[in-house]
Design a protein around this ligand. Structure first.
Ligand code: ZN
Ligand code: ZN
Length: 144
C-alpha cells in the first residue's frame, strides 16, 4: 500500500483529509508490516499530534476498514491488531507474538476437498483467514 493509493482511495470516497487523519495514515504506513493494537496506534499518533484521542483513532480505523484498506486480526483473545492491507491478491501471514511483525506467505493451503465439504452442506464461502503465530527470527534469538 502506498500513500498515493491511500490518498486516491480516500479522495474517490470523498473523504476529507484532516491533519489528524493524515497523522494516523502516516503512522499506519510507517508500520505497514506490524500489527498495532488500537492503544499502541494511539500512542504513536499522539507523539506526532497530542490532540488525537481514542475516538479519532477508532473512527479512522472504521473508515479505512469500510474502504477495504485495513487488515484486522486478533492479536490475542481481547486485543485486535490493525495494519494496512498489503497485497491485493490472496495470501496468508506469519505474525510475531512479541513485536507484532507480520510477513506475507504467498501460499494457500485451503484444499478443494475442504471447499467441497462446506458447499455440500449448503455453506457458501466468501472468505477465509489463516495466520501462523509464533516468534520472528529476531525475537526468537532474544528468547534464547
Ligand atoms: Zn518479533
Ligand atoms: Zn488462503
Amino acid at each position: 500500500m502506498t500513500l498515493d493509493n491511500l490518498l486516491k482511495t480516500l479522495h474517490t470516497a470523498k473523504c476529507r483529509m484532516t491533519s489528524q487523519r493524515r497523522t494516523i495514515i502516516d503512522v499506519l504506513l510507517a508500520n505497514e508490516n506490524t500489527l498495532l493494537s488500537a492503544d499502541h496506534l494511539l500512542k504513536l499518533c499522539q507523539q506526532k499530534n497530542p490532540d488525537i484521542n481514542t475516538t479519532t483513532v477508532y473512527r479512522n480505523l472504521e473508515l479505512l476498514d469500510a474502504l477495504k484498506l485495513m487488515y484486522t486480526v486478533n492479536i490475542d483473545r481481547n486485543t485486535m491488531g490493525y495494519k494496512l492491507v498489503c497485497h491485493d491478491y490472496h495470501h496468508h501471514h506469519m505474525i510475531c507474538l512479541i513485536c507484532g511483525k507480520m510477513e506475507a506467505i504467498e501460499y494457500c493451503p485451503i484444499s478443494p476437498d475442504l471447499i467441497d465439504q462446506a458447499t455440500a452442506r449448503g455453506f457458501s464461502i466468501t472468505n477465509h483467514n489463516l495466520e501462523l503465530y509464533g516468534y520472528c527470527h529476531t525475537c526468537h534469538t532474544d528468547l534464547l
